[in-house]
Ligand binder design. Sequence first.
Ligand code: S3P
Length: 170
Amino acid sequence: MTERVYLIGFMGSGKSTLGRWLTDAMEGWTFIDLDHFIENKYHKTIPQIFEEKGETEFRKMESSCLKEVSTFEKVIIGAGGGTPCYFDNMEVMNNTGLAIYLQLTPQVIYDRLQTSKNKRPLIEGKQGDELLHFIAVKLAEREDFYKQAKLIADADNWKVDDFVAAVQSH
Ligand code: S3P
């Protein structure tokens, strides 16, 4: 069985929620939210990093933190929505564990983002049709990366047990 699971997918696709449920179901495993890991390491929130250093610098910090957590054992790692799309991050994940793409339609992502309280610089101030359009365009761009995951999950229909079974068989 794999030592690491990476949950990847668009903002709002439920990586953190599922990650916590999965670790509850898998004894001895812990959950790491990559955004929180970055925030703790640099003592700044993600919006602060975007504002003070810019996205380019954030992507470097994100990639270096990903490499750090890719050495931990028995961890479920919730990546950021953009993590798979920069540098060799997708390769790092595929070489060190099981990457699972939580696939959802733009409409479902949009609906889920309505109830999320997280501050996300990339969609700050966007709502309604503008937000839905942004999600559709960005998701189409990012899917080339997301689909490099070893496993693509129908995240709207899979139950936690389906994920546990998938992890245990890899
Ligand atoms: C981002 C997603 C965020 C966070 C940052 C950038 C993205 O993570 O890493 O705001 O580029 O999609 P979540 O997917 O956990 O919201």
